[in-house]
Write a protein that binds this ligand. Structure first.
Ligand code: A3P
Length: 292
């Protein structure tokens, strides 16, 4: 499969062709936003389904207490990939949405700065590593032979989500236009409870100590992996399709797995590009679990 077979290029950005509807894309800018809408926005493989679980647990008592079984993809559906054909207009407030959209394609209503955006980013070497494995797992994606060739594909943006640098820098440079909180995957990983507290503060949600603990407990890698509402096993099986049965969305869930995949030369090449492209971006990046 060639990248052009599965990528839909629309206004300078790559979508997964079979999962989007072009009429929806054409009307994205005018999609009506409510003041209490909350968006999770990410570049792919940066912690999207993790954040879907966290926000579902924060917002819905029935999710936190497990009294209602509903998948997180339905609690926080993707705006541009309406995989379960949810009726967005009829959904009760507050609505949660997920999206991989770049800043310039999101609905204009988000610029009234009332609706909130939680933007989760991750160090791009781990994003690339995660994407590499994911591309070899999901039938709909172009498979990758090796890291060397995949690095070129990734850096050229011939993937869903286009160029990682453009996505993160674009959102960062335009942050004043939105009501947005930047969270890193790594800060969530290193101290999940503090990360959840930070997210709650931004969302104006006050949880009791017990509820906070319940959120944190159900959002750990281990517990999410065995939680059918949150592990995306069904999405992989029925909506995306896999090349083998051993792969999961929750693959490893660590910081620094790139070290097991990058050669020193590849890492140095990546560093050079990162330093050049991200020099004005004042976001903290953590590349190694032992880093302070
Ligand atoms: P790895 O492939 O490195 O394991 P996305 O949801 O944006 O597609 O991101 C998927 C990545 O997030 C995967 O990374 C997955 O394991 C990781 N992830 C999902 N839930 C997690 C959790 N609770 N804790 C840590 N990592 C998690």
């Amino acid at each position: 499969m060639d990248s052009d077979d599965y990528l839909l290029h629309f206004k300078g950005y790559n979508f997964e062709r079979s999962l989007v509807r072009s009429d929806l894309l054409e009307n994205l800018e005018d999609f009506e936003i409510r003041d209490d809408d909350v968006f999770i926005i990410t570049y792919p493989k940066s912690g999207t389904i993790w954040t879907q679980q966290i926000l579902s647990l924060i917002y819905f008592e029935e999710h936190r207490k497990q009294t209602q079984k509903m998948d997180t993809i339905e609690r926080a559906p993707f705006l541009e990939y309406n995989i379960r054909t949810t009726n967005y207009i009829n959904r009760p407030s507050p609505r949660l949405f997920s999206s991989h959209l770049p800043y310039y394609l999101v609905p204009n209503g988000l610029k009234n700065k009332k609706a909130k955006i939680v933007y989760v980013y991750r160090n791009p070497k781990d994003v690339m590593t995660s994407f590499f494995h994911f591309s070899n797992l999901v039938v709909k994606f172009e498979s990758a032979d090796n890291m060397q060739s995949y690095m070129n594909t990734f850096l050229d943006g011939k993937v869903v989500g286009s160029i990682w640098f453009d996505h993160v820098k674009g959102w960062y440079d335009n942050r004043q236009k939105f009501n947005i909180l930047f969270m890193s995957y790594e800060e969530m990983k290193k101290d999940l409870k503090s990360a959840v507290q930070k997210i709650c503060k931004f969302l104006g949600k006050e949880l009791s100590e017990d509820d906070l603990d319940a959120v944190v407990k159900q959002a750990t890698f281990k517990n999410m992996k065995s939680d059918p509402r949150a592990n995306y096993n069904d999405v992989l099986k029925y909506e995306l399709g896999t090349r083998n049965d051993n792969g999961h969305f929750l693959r490893k869930g660590t910081i620094g797995d790139w070290k097991n995949h990058f050669t020193v030369e590849q890492s140095e090449r990546f560093d050079k590009i990162f330093q050049k492209k991200m020099k004005d971006v004042n976001l903290k990046f953590i590349w190694d679990i032992n880093e302070e």
